[in-house]
Design a protein around this ligand. Structure first.
Ligand code: 5AD
Ligand code: SF4
Length: 457
């Protein structure tokens, strides 16, 4: 078999990261192996995001940079993939000379065939049709290196049409994989050493709605929880309107489900939420937060917020700030509204000036930093279960892993701990991570000693 080199640059969400993993697996079957160095690659794929204008600009500037490699290696094949490729199709060829292949979000499974065609004919190839089935979601893509954590796509697409969002246009209508395929994939991942799975979809709470057999997201979580080797389950992203009481209760009765939920609120103003077509009010959102904290007081809650949506007044924005003060999220991804072609919000009046969006975003982020710091400081003195992923970026002597809350924890330790579940007493809560001391714990609640005492965990 050929031994060729593949370089993939990925932009955007976890869904895209997972799609890139699938591309790598498929291309392995025709002799391509991943490299970290684009200059040595025979094939370069850029997996793009289109959610905000900035993401598009980044993808094109990276494409421009990588295209220079064609001057040195004229046989280099360059492919443009993902949401932006879905959106632009053949227009990419006109915009950047020398691109060989453009393919969309539903065509990943055709990649080996598309590459073969480019190699054979040196003709440009475009594939951006939407398919009515989810072939590509069934590609088994174990994480690249030996890894403890893996993503598993359980659905794709979205039917919600939030007024600002291009995803329904670029990922197509919502489609769920059948539970048997998902459970089979998780079992295979477990055999390869995976201990933590993150179930992925644009709106995982509506998983299974269109399937003929009775299966909802809660029953899927319960099925996966039954797989012995899997120690932790996470999911993302949830839509507040579809977050059921039954799912909230899982945080109390499914021990493997990690105590973290990412629940994008987008705005605290009911007027803006209506304009955004979000399908819930701020009061309903707050009730869900109260319910989550009632069943699981230690739950970590993160969110997405957009500032400067068309028509957002200072008062609407203040309602978002008031909501943040009430809830005190563990962390928030916040964005300036970015106008996207074809979305409902594009036609709305009263656009907020860029400078005002910038001002609101800066103020909101400063507030959230205070809340994040506060939420992390409160954890000082607490005992956290950490799944050790590798060396810390901070220091040679430190290891890092994630607590069940998804927060990063750094502590002193050696690489022999990679893959282990350890218990760490938090000594300091920082803005972006926690620091602690590993405790040697025989059983949960039985702290036998300090770090360095050689009793096995
Ligand atoms: N402008 C700004 N932010 C957006 N998001 C989605 N579309 C836009 C847009 N047009 C944000 C939302 C979403 C997150 C993934 O990206 O907050 O939850
Ligand atoms: Fe976009 Fe809304 Fe669907 Fe999320 S739920 S992907 S924000 S349309």
């Amino acid at each position: 078999m050929q031994n060729k080199r593949l370089y993939i640059e990925t932009f955007g969400c976890q869904m895209n990261v997972h799609d890139s993993e699938q591309m790598a697996v498929l291309l392995q079957s025709i002799g391509y192996h991943l490299t970290d160095d684009p200059a040595t690659a025979d094939l370069i794929l850029i997996n793009t995001c289109s959610i905000r204008e900035k993401a598009e600009q980044k993808a094109f500037s990276e494409l421009g940079r990588l295209m220079k490699l064609k001057e040195v290696n004229p046989n280099l094949i360059v492919g443009f993939a993902g949401c932006l490729a879905q959106h632009l199709g053949r227009k990419v060829f006109a915009r950047v000379k020398g691109v060989d292949l453009v393919f969309g979000t539903h065509n990943i499974h055709r990649l080996p065939e598309m590459i073969a065609s480019v190699v054979k004919s040196r003709r440009k190839v475009t594939q951006i049709d939407f398919s009515s089935s989810i072939h590509s979601l069934n590609i088994f893509a174990p994480p690249p290196k030996r890894s403890l954590c893996a993503f598993v796509s359980i659905m794709q697409g979205c039917d919600n049409y939030c007024a600002y969002c291009v995803v329904p246009f670029l990922r197509g209508p919502e489609m769920s994989r059948i539970p048997e395929d998902i459970v089979h994939e998780v079992r295979e991942l477990a055999k390869l050493g995976v201990r933590e799975v993150t179930l992925l979809g644009q709106n995982v709470n509506s998983y299974g709605k269109k399937l003929s057999e009775a299966c909802n997201f809660v029953s899927l979580i319960e099925k996966i929880s039954g797989i012995k080797e899997i120690q932790r389950i996470r999911f993302t992203t949830s839509h507040p309107k579809d977050l059921s009481d039954e799912l909230i209760d899982c945080f109390a009765h499914v021990p493997k489900l990690c105590e973290h939920i990412h629940l994008p609120v987008q705005s605290g103003s009911n007027r803006i939420l209506r304009l955004m077509n979000r399908g819930y009010s701020s009061e309903e959102y707050l009730r869900k937060i109260d319910h989550l904290r009632a069943v699981c007081p230690q739950i970590s809650i993160t969110s997405d917020i957009i500032v400067g949506f068309p028509g957002e007044t200072v008062r609407d924005y203040q309602e978002t700030i008031d909501m943040m003060e009430k809830i005190r999220f563990d962390s928030v991804f916040s964005f300036k509204y970015s106008e996207r072609k074809g979305t409902a919000a594009q036609t709305l009046p009263d656009k907020v000036p860029e400078s005002e969006k910038r001002r609101r975003l800066k103020e909101l982020q400063a507030l959230q930093d205070r809340h994040t710091q506060e939420r992390n400081s409160v954890l000082e003195g607490s005992l956290q279960e950490v799944l050790v992923e590798g060396r810390s970026r901070n220091s040679e002597q430190d290891m890092m892993g994630r607590a069940r809350s998804w927060k990063i924890v750094n502590f002193k330790g050696g690489p022999e701990l990679i893959g282990e579940k350890v218990f760490v007493e938090i000594t300091r809560g920082y803005l972006h991570s926690l620091r602690g001391k590993r405790l040697i714990v025989k059983e949960v609640g039985d702290a036998a000693g300090d770090e360095g005492i050689g009793i096995d965990a």
